[in-house]
Design a protein around this ligand. Structure first.
Ligand code: HEM
Length: 191
């Protein structure tokens, strides 16, 4: 089945028809979408601000991020489920809408940025986080020369900050595009 055929099939499912035809369902689902997005992004941006040195400097980065992670993943799941439900109600038009396409592209970029951050930082955070109590121990475990350690700290410090800044910018883009879809989308698929 080609993509448009699949999208049309999604559009015609019972769930999509109910969301489209019921006066309450779309706004209700969209409200949960926005609520989930707010909490999910709130927690991510909190960590980004911590990395940028603008919030919670007295707390170790690793522990701080770990505490927020369960709520982040839970709310992300709600945002994706509600987002997909909204999508089904007008699947063909959403899929052809350039703002929707850009939003999904930015979502993927945010995921890649987070993955790189996780792989690169999680094993090193304790060693390089200046406010972390375990730093001295971790530094001893790594057994690097002082100059090498300093260079690693500087590169860790700056790449972390760029990644956090990029994350904030990408998420602002996702929100703007999410809103813009509503301004630009054709209400229903006529085909
Ligand atoms: C997880 C990150 C996400 C964020 C930050 C996000 C953000 C937003 C925002 C801000 C809106 C506009 C709400 C309003 O009307 O004011 C929106 C609407 C929407 N989102 Fe998402 N979203 C996310 C995930 C998804 C996913 C994964 C999908 C589908 C695959 C999706 C599909 C939609 C649809 C269909 C709308 C309705 C657009 C309309 O008004 O017609 N979203 N989103």
């Amino acid at each position: 089945m080609e993509l448009d055929g699949l999208l049309k099939w999604i559009f015609e499912t019972a769930m999509a028809s109910s969301i489209r035809e019921n006066d309450w369902l779309f706004p209700m689902i969209e409200s949960f979408h926005v609520l989930a997005v707010t909490v999910f992004l709130g927690s991510i941006i909190w960590v980004d601000l911590r990395i940028l040195g603008l919030a919670n400097q007295d707390r170790g980065l690793r522990r701080f991020a770990k505490e927020l992670l369960p709520i982040t993943w839970f709310m992300f799941a709600i945002a994706v489920i509600t987002g997909v439900a909204l999508f089904t109600s007008n699947a063909v038009n959403y899929a052809h809408n350039v703002y929707f396409q850009l939003k999904i592209l930015l979502l993927l970029s945010a995921g890649i940025n987070m993955m790189i951050f996780q792989l690169w930082f999680s094993s090193r955070a304790e060693a390089y986080d200046p406010s972390h109590a375990a730093r001295i121990n971790a530094v001893q475990q790594i057994k690097m020369s002082k100059i090498r350690m300093k260079l690693h700290q500087i590169s860790f410090f700056w790449s972390g900050k760029w990644s956090a800044l990029l994350s904030i910018l990408i998420w602002i883009g996702v929100i703007a595009l999410g809103r813009w879809i509503g301004f630009s989308i054709q209400p229903t698929f006529a085909g």
